[in-house]
Design a protein around this ligand. Structure first.
Ligand code: ADP
Ligand code: MG
Length: 594
């Protein structure tokens, strides 16, 4: 794709009549923060403090390698600052759990000793497969959602499960090897994404007429359309949206080394709207032009949409910071309803981008906080090295001022205790239970309970990188649990990592965390049982066979693996016919409930 390809091809935005420009300012919402109420001095101090704190943190990060000895001190300090009253209260509610847990732990340990199924690794990638059936037999088209240069996206319903999904078809073009690579690239990148603000992929098909990708369906439509209908947003609302975008970008850039390269409101979807606050739960889509970054090598392919493209992309030498520039453009639009760099045609727009001048004096910026303007300036910084990173943006004073993060980490104490207890006690008794949980959690990201678990994950994940380290887990337990000794806490962390870190990479990813934290009584629901059973019963015969298990675990045709899978079947197959019936499966799954 060339510069502005998507603008031209989709004609979502026309240059002469910028869709975001609205004459009618009466629909503008009042922002909750009035800049005149805040003394300029205070703001400058805040921003300066923020800049200083970034510099300071960079310094700290450099010396952190030799800091393990200081950890103990830090932990002691933390434990003193924890609210004592809360601790006592939690201690009482957890006392009972503890006794129960000890009993269960003994039982589980005995069971563990008898268990041999340790070599079958389970991760989310295992359940995202190329389906060799016809997509049209599996999904019923409901309506068209969008059309791009190479394909179409529909809202569809899975005929078997009834679940709503989005289906993207990319038409096969003769001799277009590059496009094939782009599609495989999009699938591969999405398979590795495990973040609440990035759309989930479920399966894909390779057909004669094209490639089909099945993803999570976002009910609320494009952010682009919401901007068009509202004109612009209050600061609170804009901050809430941008916090999620920066969070997703931090995960892409730092954890997965992925650059999106086409960030714009048409690729930011509203998954749902909070009925109480009206806030959007957003998801980033369209990784078709995304790229896995080679360390320290800059990119040179010019991609992206005209209004959002960074100046260094036009100069063909860029890195992940090009996405931050796009974030700056999006934030500007959210707050004022206009694009920062406009022109009659592509040439004029790109010229303005290269100059990097934008207007923060136009209406309604006189009513917008200095913090918001500072974040825009830091994103639309011409010097890439000086431009703010996604991680730094998450810590910007604007989000502190509006208490943006608080909204995302708001859970009640009962739910917190229950979740932590589930985490500590998580120990699936066999690989089928583990697989069923993996499949369930991945397929129901919109379940309320999973959304709340994600909030706790965010509370623990103080580095905001989308994966929990041992230290973060330790600090999380220390903060939200009452344990007398450090040793005891270390033991809990070890146990959690042993049982939860299924892919053994030394971190707990978001879905791993949800699997452990989810209330397993969900498996008392026959529909849930059937849903996970059907995933393993590939031919729909009503029995899970050895060859089906081989397929779902993606194991090779060797004697070792076959022996292992046979052992799994034998333990569950009570009538001895060599296969697992739905009844046998249900009985086995129900004993996952602790
Ligand atoms: N998961 C989804 N849920 C709802 N609508 C979607 C979803 N994915 C895509 N769309 C709609 O289809 C449009 C095109 O999809 P996208 O993946 O961006 O393809 P393209 O590469 O053609 O831009 C989007 O802008 C959006 O309107
Ligand atoms: Mg798109």
């Amino acid at each position: 794709m060339g510069i502005c390809d998507s603008v031209n091809s989709k004609s979502n935005i026309s240059y002469s009549n910028t869709s975001f420009e609205k004459e009618d300012t009466s629909i503008r919402k009042e922002t909750k923060v009035n800049s005149t109420d805040i003394s300029n001095e205070k703001i400058r101090r805040n921003i300066n403090n923020h800049r200083k704190s970034i510099e300071k943190r960079n310094q700290i990060e450099k010396t952190q390698v030799s800091q393990s000895a200081n950890l103990k001190k830090k932990r002691k300090k933390n434990s003193i600052t924890i609210d004592k009253i809360n601790k006592e209260k939690r201690a009482r509610t957890l006392e009972f759990n503890e006794l129960e847990n000890e009993k269960k732990e003994r039982e589980l340990k005995e069971e563990d000793e008898k268990n041999n199924e340790n070599d079958l690794g389970i991760n989310t990638k295992l359940i995202i497969n190329c389906n060799n059936k016809n997509p049209k037999d599996q999904y019923k088209i409901i309506k068209k959602l969008g059309k791009g240069a190479y394909g179409t996206v529909w809202k569809v319903r899975n005929i078997k499960t009834g679940l709503l999904r989005a289906m993207k078809r990319i038409t096969k073009m003769r001799n277009n090897i590059n496009k094939l690579n782009d599609i495989l690239n999009e699938i591969e990148i999405l398979k590795n994404m495990d973040h609440p603000n990035i759309v989930k992929i479920f399966e894909f098909f390779i057909e004669a007429d094209g490639y089909y990708i099945i993803t999570e369906y976002c009910h609320g439509g494009e952010l682009f359309k919401a901007i068009k209908s509202k004109g612009y947003f209050s600061e609170d609302m804009a901050a809430n949206i941008m916090y999620q975008v920066f969070n997703a970008m931090n995960y892409c850039h730092n954890t997965n080394k992925v650059i999106h390269r086409d960030l714009k409101p048409e690729n930011i979807m509203i998954e749902s709207i909070d009925p109480e606050t009206g806030y959007y739960n957003i998801k980033i889509i369209d990784f078709g032009t995304a790229k896995i970054r080679q360390s320290d090598k800059s990119e040179n392919k010019v991609l992206g949409s005209c209004y959002y493209i960074a100046p260094e992309v036009l100069n063909k030498k860029y890195n992940e910071k090009c996405d931050i520039w796009s974030c700056g453009v999006i934030l500007y639009i959210l707050l004022c309803g206009n694009v920062p760099f406009n022109g009659r045609d592509e040439r004029e727009i790109t010229q303005k981008i290269k100059l990097g001048k934008f207007d923060l004096n136009r209406k309604p910026f006189d009513n917008i906080s200095e913090e918001a303007k500072d974040l825009i300036k830091q994103c639309l910084e011409m010097n890439v090295n000086k431009r703010i990173s996604a991680k730094e943006a998450l810590e910007h004073p604007w989000f502190t001022l509006l208490k943006t993060k608080e909204y995302f980490i708001n859970v009640n104490e009962y739910f917190m205790n229950k979740t932590i207890n589930n985490l500590i006690m998580y120990k699936p008794k066999n690989k089928l239970q583990q697989l069923a949980l993996t499949y369930l959690v991945h397929n129901f990201p919109d379940l309320n309970e999973i959304k709340n678990i994600n909030k706790i994950f965010l509370m623990f994940n103080t580095s905001d990188n989308g994966k929990l380290s041992r230290e973060e887990t330790y600090q999380g337990l220390l903060k939200y649990l009452n344990y007398s000794s450090e040793e005891e806490l270390e033991q809990k962390v070890n146990k959690i990592f042993k049982n939860i870190d299924n892919d053994n990479n030394g971190f707990i990813e978001c879905e791993e965390f949800s699997r452990a934290a989810l209330d397993k009584r969900i498996f008392l629901d026959e529909n849930v049982l059937k849903f996970t059973f059907d995933f393993m019963d590939k031919d729909g015969s009503g029995e899970i066979s050895l060859s089906e298990l081989k397929e779902v675990f993606g194991v090779k045709d060797d004697k070792e693996s076959e022996k292992l899978l046979k052992e799994i079947i034998d333990k569950i197959d009570k009538d001895g016919n060599g296969e697992i019936s739905i009844k046998e499966y249900s009985d086995m799954m129900k004993n996952i409930i602790i």
